[in-house]
Design a protein around this ligand. Structure first.
Ligand code: ADP
Ligand code: MG
Ligand code: MG
Length: 893
């Protein structure tokens, strides 16, 4: 039905006619989407017989209402409303009071004895008609940069000001008569045409405008984004008017069958006495609450509808009850009260935030309104973010203007005082200050300062820049690539595009989910997930439904614990190098640096021996937290010179401790420099040049595991070799693994230490030779970040300079670093999986890129038959829900 009648038309018909509902809906008819399609296929003309049909339908309304369209004595007025299958911003706005003119208005006045109401309706018609039909739908560009509606609004404002009125309702009949005249003059002057007096012209003008708006720029743009097909077309609803602006016994309002802000099963809504159409949402007057539950700070002293019109309120309650039972979802209702009689003008599935989505889904499941699968499908994976992270209060946001906008790299909200260096962040944080670190870009040296900050804001970099990756991993609020700000380190200040200057110590607030920056302190709403019963029961359903396993990318016991509390089923990526960053890393980092600048194997082995206990301890601690859950441990990945201090003081310190001169140290460091370190001496290549580096790490893994086993605990690490491109690299490393395994077994008196051996697939050649790779590898973990980088030839760190153009010009439809490019990189993955499993049917396969937390990518991984995905701790619940959705979508086919 919706396909033919559009959402609005279908629901109106259903509410009026369905025997469970039979609501008071003003009579009307719907011109179907088929007519719209015809209209576009036939040079904007209508199918034969349409005029006849419309005439018949109008006659039908006339019969039901006892009024006549265009009649001077007893005129029928109608509304013209657009209605696509899905509600679409950019479609034509509704035109109310169609059929009013200088003659028919006399009839209205005679009948209602309410000239004020009549002229109020008339001036509204002229304004709406001029705006949506004569200007927007006709494709006219506003003169003087101001639309006709704006000009009329300003005119109205001036009159109100001159007369000292506060509200529209203060306007007298005489004022309104004058305004109608003025409005007509404005139309003639600005649009060069007169307002059509003939009701038929108004009617057909309105209908045509709805069809034209389907191909208006905003509607077309919206369809592109939402992937709505152009062929759908829109329907047009023509409906008898009812009037909420007939006086104190009339009103118009909107209501939700449950609270869309928190999901509570309470009726929630607002209304305005003596008002029409969009007055409630337009914020002309403060709307009053329908019941005491709906009161807020602004409306708490206004009379509720329940108090003012108790019978109408009871009828509305009944409508609410019936609607929920009928549609089995929370509904958003528009209603109008005309002289003490209730009319329902619209219902549709109500929009809601994440918290409400989860609560409503689970409540309805418990109320037996919906089944488990429906409950799961009612929550969008991304919506869970709101439950997991503190957010800026939406209420405060709706009334505050942002000072800058960047890319939403780390979700959630944060507030704090601005600092411009990591050292300052650490210092201030130690004094108990909440800080926000603002930088052009961040590097591994900033990690400590980033960790101690509430949030990070960078003026450069893209969604996969260092700051973005690190912040996302921690679930920290972060905005990157904020070109709206310019940072001056000299004056320790930043300047926004609009000239606002923010100095060190000033407070700002960030919404990392949207990527917007606010001046000052915005209230945050904290979420404590462990106390959210609805969330917990939703996740139980999700866990019973999904097939894909969800692991996490974690490198510390702390992150691991957090991820497990979010439901992670193991670690898919544990990066050994992580222990050289952040808190407590001073000593191991120093030893690592010592190793890096060693000149001989002997020197290097000595340094590695010193480093060994740290690495082993680090791994063991995480194994303890995991308590037997699987863990993929990746051997060192980055190029070594990344660890060489850039800071002069640190260099001096290192040279002193090494007992070599600063210039000697510089020379050794320089010799490690590479032109293209991302594809330089890194990953397995280090382990091939310096076998002892691999040996040390592998020994640490085996000894930590052996200790666990000896202590009667469970552990089973998966040793993962990064940056491979040929099976020979794997074979080379495998020999080291076997050698160390035997040595450690002997040391601990064990016959075998449980483990498996595998590789990261992140270079296209590795994917292409996956069949051979699987000769040696027992598992694959697709490193989709680098696979995308090398598959596209796009640098992850520099994509910010051209990606926006690629998106604007529709060269790419999405950022491939955020959601897996299924037709290219996805093919590479599928190919690799097929070849791998041909060789080794029990090959375990997962992904460990950023994509592991992206719902569309997770669904893709399910479809192609992966065993698991791994994502940052905060995205585990999102990935789980997406995995469950993947099953539902598959079954629906
Ligand atoms: P939207 O798609 O933006 O919700 P609608 O077609 O629902 O647009 O129209 C907006 C408002 O116009 C409605 O909320 C209602 O208040 C008013 N309206 C529409 N049709 C009528 C009608 N027949 N009688 C009275 N008011 C109407
Ligand atoms: Mg509406
Ligand atoms: Mg990599």
């Amino acid at each position: 039905m919706k396909n033919l009648l559009g959402g609005k038309g279908a629901n109106l018909a259903e509410m009026a006619g369905h025997e469970d509902l039979k609501f008071p809906v003003p009579p009307g008819f719907t011109i179907t989407t088929v007519v719209c399609t015809y209209f576009y296929e036939n040079e904007n003309s209508y199918p034969k017989g349409l005029t006849e049909d419309i005439k018949k339908a109008i006659t039908q309304i006339e019969k039901l209402t006892g009024k006549k369209f265009g009649d001077r004595k007893n005129p029928l007025l109608v509304s013209i409303r657009s209605g696509a299958r899905k509600s679409m911003p950019g479609m034509m706005d509704t035109v109310l009071n169609v059929g009013l003119n200088d003659q028919t208005i006399e009839g209205i006045i005679n009948q209602t004895k309410n000239p004020r109401f009549a002229y109020d309706s008339y001036r509204r018609l002229i304004m709406m008609y001029a705006d949506v039909v004569m200007e927007k739908a006709a494709g006219l560009e506003p003169t003087e940069g101001k639309g006709i509606r704006k000009i009329m609004d300003e005119h109205l404002g001036e009159i109100k000001k001159a007369k000292g009125y506060k509200a529209d309702t203060d306007l007298t009949t005489d004022d309104l008569i004058a305004i109608v005249k003025d409005f007509k003059k404005i139309v003639q002057e600005k649009l060069g045409k007169s307002f059509p007096e003939d009701p038929k012209d108004q009617l057909y003008g309105g209908i045509g405008a709805v069809f034209s708006s389907w191909n208006g720029k905003r509607a077309v743009d919206y369809r592109r984004i939402e992937k709505i097909p152009d062929e759908w077309g829109t329907a047009v609803n023509v409906q008898a008017m009812v009037f909420g602006n007939m006086g104190e016994d009339s009103a118009t309002g909107v209501a939700f069958t449950r609270n869309p802000g928190n999901g509570e099963n309470k009726f929630y809504g607002e209304y305005l006495i003596n008002a029409q159409g969009e007055d409630v949402v337009a914020g002309i007057r403060t709307p009053a609450p329908i019941n005491s539950y709906s009161k807020n700070d602004q409306s708490k002293n206004l009379p509720t509808l329940a108090e003012l019109m108790p019978e109408i309120y009871l009828q509305l309650e009944e409508v609410r009850e019936k609607l929920e039972h009928h549609y089995k979802d929370m509904q958003d209702i528009e209603f109008t009260i005309e002289k003490g009689k209730l009319y329902i003008l619209q219902c549709r599935t109500g929009k809601r935030n994440g918290t409400a989505a989860v609560k409503i889904a689970m409540d309805m499941f418990k109320e037996n309104l919906i089944d488990a699968r429906t409950a799961i499908s009612r929550v969008q994976p991304q919506q869970l973010i709101e439950l997991l992270l503190p957010m800026i209060s939406p209420k405060a946001e709706s009334t505050t203007k942002p000072i800058a906008k960047g890319l939403p790299a780390g979700p959630g909200g944060a507030r704090g005082r601005v600092v411009f260096s990591s050292e300052d962040a650490v210092k201030w944080a130690e004094k108990g200050e909440k800080v926000i670190l603002v930088r052009e870009e961040t590097s591994p040296e900033d990690v400590d300062g980033m960790h101690k900050s509430q949030a990070i804001l960078t003026s450069k970099g893209g969604m996969t820049s260092h700051a973005a990756l690190v912040a996302r991993g921690w679930g920290k609020c972060c905005i990157v690539g904020c070109g709206d700000i310019e940072i001056s380190h000299e004056t320790k200040s930043l300047t926004t595009k609009d000239g606002t200057v923010i100095r060190e110590g000033d407070t700002i607030s960030l919404n990392g989910t949207k990527g917007v920056v606010y001046l000052g302190d915005m209230p945050l709403s904290e979420a404590i997930i462990s106390e959210n019963e609805s969330y917990k029961s939703l996740m139980e359903l999700v866990d019973m439904t999904r097939k894909l396993r969800i692991r996490t990318n974690a490198d510390t016991p702390h992150d691991t614990r957090k991820a497990i509390s979010f439901g992670a089923e193991g670690i898919g990526l544990f990066r050994i190098e992580h222990m050289f960053y952040g808190e407590g890393s001073d000593r191991p980092l120093f030893l690592l640096r010592k190793m890096i600048v060693s000149r001989t194997e002997q020197e290097r082995r000595t340094a590695l021996d010193e480093l060994f206990p740290y690495v082993k301890k680090d791994i063991k601690e995480t194994l303890e937290v995991l308590n037997g859950l699987p863990i993929t441990i990746r051997l060192m990945d980055p190029p070594l010179h990344e660890f060489i201090p850039k800071n002069e003081d640190r260099l001096i310190q290192l040279s002193r401790e090494l007992g070599i001169s600063l210039s000697d140290l510089r020379k050794r460091a320089d010799s490690l420099k590479e032109n293209n370190p991302m594809i330089g001496h890194r990953g397995v290549r280090l382990g091939i040049t310096y076998e002892e580096i691999s040996e040390m790490q592998i020994r640490a893994i085996f000894e930590a595991t052996a200790e666990m086993i000896t202590e009667g605990k469970d552990a089973s690490p998966e040793i993962m070799i990064p940056v491979t491109c040929t099976v020979n690299e794997l074979n080379h490393q495998k020999i080291i693994v076997e050698k160390i395994h035997n040595e450690v077994c002997k040391k601990f008196g064990l016959t075998r230490i449980p483990h498996s051996f595998g590789t990261m697939i992140e270079i296209p050649r590795a994917a292409l030779t996956a069949g051979k790779m699987a000769d040696t590898a027992e598992f694959f973990s697709f490193g989709t970040n680098d696979l995308t980088q090398m598959g596209f030839g796009f640098s992850r760190d520099d994509i910010g300079s051209f990606l926006p153009d690629y998106m604007d010009k529709k060269i790419l439809s999405a950022d491939p670093f955020q959601t897996i490019d299924q037709e290219g990189i996805g093919e590479l993955i599928k190919f690799g999986m097929e070849r791998g499993r041909e060789k080794r049917p029990d090959l375990k396969i997962g992904i460990c890129g950023e994509h592991g937390g992206d719902p569309e990518s997770v669904k893709f991984c399910h479809r192609i038959g992966m065993d698991y995905v791994s994502c940052s701790p905060f995205r585990v619940p999102i990935a789980k829900l997406a995995a469950a959705h993947a099953v539902l979508e598959e079954d629906a086919k």
